[in-house]
Design a protein around this ligand. Sequence first.
Ligand code: ADP
Length: 379
Amino acid sequence: MSKITLDGLEKRYGDTLAVEEVSVTIEDGELLCLLGPSGSGKSTTLRMIAGLETPTDGEIRIGEEDVTDRPAYERNTSTVFQDWALFPHMSVLENVAFGLKMRGVSKSERRERARTMLERVEMGEYADQNPTNLSGGQKQRVALARSLAVNPDVLLLDEPLSNLDKRLSEDMQIELREIHEEFDETFVHVTHDQDEAFTLADRIGIMDEGRLVQIGDPHEVYENPKNLFIEGFLGDTNFVTGEVTKTTTETVHIATELDRTVVVPTTGDRSSLSAGDSVTLSLRPEALSIDSVNGASDDPQKQPAMADGSTTNSVVGTIENVIYRGSTVRYSVAVSDTSMFVERTVADSGAFEAGDDIRITWDGGDVLAFREDGSRVGR
Ligand code: ADP
């Protein structure tokens, strides 16, 4: 069994606490992505699992065995690095067979196994070449074959796709997923790329400043971000600051920088909000609809007051920019003294252009709210 248990894991470099109290169980056969910005402690966590760094505190178990004090070569883990780390003086085949040699496998057996692994990653025809002649994507396939050849309990991947261009990286993401399903081993994959994590992961562990701040399946972390940092990191959104002015049993009213009171339903622990509380609202682009209005005279302040209980909100603004982003088009909209953005598929584009006055509408039930300390106010 190759379940991995991290218990109170910590790593300190001088004054830097690179990893702080990370506790998690990674299930046997799971693909966990550690996702976070640069410097958040992802690689250090991975390297401790590999045995390439010694924890300052805490415990690592692989299966039921405590491996905390075991050197890397006594753990059945294998690591794929960002820079591939192939040996330039060996052929592709010898590179893949190398780990097996270290493990005392006979020459004929290791050549056979290395060939099988190279075929699996569609690199069989390059077996006798020197790795320096390969492209980045090909080197990464060889590195993957080399890591899988030793039949590890756990495969650790440290930003393996970040040196590849976008298209190649996306192809490799799909392939990695297939390889994971085929080999049925525990994978821990480090990345700073949200799309990569969402494509690959069974579960995503989000790291910030050395801490594992949230872990869950991709849908769960996106729908239910625990704090403002995660909401900002996982995707583009409109953050709008404001102050609670009134609460009723049904609604919370928030005066915002949009020069407009936003009304959200009093669900979850929103009833704990009271007048005077500062909040940041997240208005996700997919929750916003956009319509034209006739002339800028539609002053938001002159719109009818929202009846208690209704949480339909709207603001008017003027389109400043139309930006084509492949399959979507992004409208940047001036609203009061600030700006918001709305996204539409390209198929829906063309309806608006810069200078148009428009109205943005959303349901208060789709708004996420965060307190001043960044913690989430429940839906
Ligand atoms: P990530 O993988 O999320 O980019 P790292 O785990 O590489 O983050 O680094 C976490 C923190 O630990 C950073 O502040 C980094 O500068 C520091 N760090 C990492 N490795 C070392 C090291 N060998 N010596 C000193 N500081 C380090």
